[in-house]
Every structure is written in structure tokens, then in C-alpha cells.
Design a protein around this ligand. Structure first.
Ligand SMILES: C[S@@+](CC[C@H](N)C(=O)[O-])C[C@H]1O[C@@H](n2cnc3c(N)ncnc32)[C@H](O)[C@@H]1O
Length: 258
């Protein structure tokens, strides 16, 4: 594959894409890999009109999930700077494979964040799943960068006198999923507020942010909007085209805090 440039996204398998990036180049990885739960893209329950969901979601066989995860994470480890960090989203179904691969590849776990969203799938015989796990990991605990007052100052308080920066840094985050506007959509999308929060705590302007599994391109789009450099990969041509269009049109302009 030809040389990878930053501030671009590519319609390739992320393993192939990452192999074309030199080691120790990337500052931050935010990613939401395929879940291996035979996800029926067209029937995603929170996209009510399934005909508008672009088909082709590339799912992974659950039996191969550990090997698949170990493969892509090893490439991330190679191209991440010593000071770099990664945030990986995971449902609970294949969490054990994600946690095992994190250890086996050599990452150090920093936090285990829970993202609580509205609208789980209603169930009669069990509890409603309404959260994702987000594993915050790094290569080197001493070199790792974190910007604790990038969103709230130490002295900022709410109307009850409680510290805002403390509240923002608790590891359970209640952030709503976003409704899609427009006719076309991919089956899953992380909320912009969630990505913005990760970017603000773990990167600065001009840092290079990678998402190996772009989907709708949300990580690249929000990174661009906050003045970060970005790069990413998506294997499904129609999702890639969708993400590229969103990037080219600067779909998001969100409030910048640093
Ligand atoms: C859970 S979705 C990502 C959603 C994304 N975070 C968003 O906010 O839109 C995972 C994506 O990874 C893609 N994918 C699966 N295997 C891939 C691979 N080997 N290389 C690149 N993309 C892949 C799928 O097609 C899917 O679009």
C-alpha cells in the first residue's frame, strides 16, 4: 500500500493501513471495533427507518475475535508514541477477549470507563443493557499525557458547590446517543460529546489521532473540528464514502475548549 498521509482517511483493512505507518507516530487512538455479535446492521434498533441505514457492516466471527483483536492492537502498539494512549469501546459480550489482548500486547490499563446511554433494547427476561465499556490504556505510564483541567478549572463549582472537574472525571459517563439527521446513516455512531471529552483530556491541537475502524467517520470528524490531525481506515466502501463526505463537508463544528 502507498504511504499513509495524515488528515486523510482510507478505504482499506486497518491492518494493511497501519502497516504503512512508521512506528511511534500516533498520539492518540480512539476506536470502536466491530463487536462480533452477528450485529444485524439493517435492523439496528435505534435507527428506526432501516431502509436508510447503509448496508455492508463488516462483522467478525466470534471464534476469531481474540486473534482479530490481538492483530489490530499489536499494530496500534507499534505505531503509537511512547507518550500515546488508546481508548477502546466494547460491549460486554466479547470484553474478555479485548481485556486479554490489551494485556498480551503489552498495554497498561489506566481506567475502565462505563458509558451509560439512553435506549437499551427492551427485554422481558433479563436486564436491559444500556452501557458500553471504554478501556483507557497506554504504552508507558510515566510518559502518558493527560490534561486534567482542559474542560473545567480546579475552582469551578456547580450551583450546589460541588466540584465540576471532579464530576467530569468520574469513570461513569452518562451521554446520550445522538439522533441522526439526513437520509443516510451507518448502523452505529459514537456521540460527538463522548469523543470530544476523550480528545480534550488526552490530546492537544495538532496531535495525530487514529481510528482504525471509522464507521461513520465520527472520530476523524470531531478530531478535525477540534484542530487535531487525523487518520483512519474503513473497510466497507459505502461507509468510507459516507465518512469522507462528512469530513469534506465539515459536518460538525463544535464548541472548542482548548
Ligand atoms: C462499530 S463500527 C465503528 C463506528 C464508529 N465508531 C462511528 O462512530 O461511526 C466498526 C466499523 O469497523 C469496520 N471494520 C470492520 N473490520 C474492519 C477492518 N479490518 N478494517 C477497517 N474497518 C473495519 C466496520 O465496517 C464498521 O464500520
Amino acid at each position: 500500500m502507498k504511504k499513509i498521509e495524515f488528515n486523510q482517511i482510507y478505504n482499506v483493512n486497518c491492518i494493511e493501513g497501519m502497516k504503512s505507518i512508521a512506528k511511534n507516530k500516533i498520539d492518540l487512538v480512539i476506536t470502536d471495533p466491530p463487536f462480533a455479535i452477528n450485529f444485524k446492521a439493517k435492523k439496528a434498533n435505534y435507527n428506526r427507518i432501516s431502509s436508510r441505514v447503509i448496508s455492508g457492516y463488516n462483522e467478525i466471527n466470534p471464534q476469531n475475535y481474540y486473534d482479530f483483536t490481538f492483530g489490530w492492537m499489536s499494530e496500534v502498539y507499534r505505531i503509537l508514541k511512547k507518550s500515546g494512549s488508546m481508548y477502546v469501546f466494547s460491549g460486554w459480550n466479547n470484553l474478555k477477549d479485548i481485556l486479554q489482548a490489551i494485556d498480551d500486547v503489552g498495554f497498561i490499563t489506566v481506567n475502565h470507563i462505563i458509558w451509560k446511554y439512553q435506549f437499551g433494547v427492551v427485554t422481558k427476561k433479563k436486564f436491559v443493557t444500556s452501557h458500553y465499556h471504554c478501556l483507557y490504556v497506554c504504552k508507558d505510564e510515566k510518559a502518558r499525557r493527560f490534561f486534567p483541567f482542559s474542560r473545567f478549572k480546579k475552582e469551578d463549582k456547580n450551583e450546589k458547590g460541588r466540584s465540576l472537574h471532579y464530576k467530569d472525571k468520574e469513570d461513569v459517563w452518562e451521554i446520550n446517543r445522538e439522533y441522526w439527521t439526513g437520509d443516510e446513516k451507518t448502523p452505529t455512531k459514537l456521540p460527538s460529546e463522548l469523543i470530544k471529552k476523550l480528545l480534550e483530556y488526552s490530546s492537544k491541537k495538532k496531535d495525530i489521532v487514529l481510528d482504525p475502524f471509522l464507521g461513520s467517520g465520527q472520530v476523524a470528524v470531531i478530531s478535525k473540528s477540534l484542530g487535531r490531525q487525523f487518520v483512519g481506515f474503513e473497510i466497507v466502501p459505502d461507509y468510507y464514502k459516507f465518512a469522507k463526505k462528512r469530513l469534506d463537508q465539515n459536518i460538525y463544528r463544535i464548541k472548542k475548549s482548548n
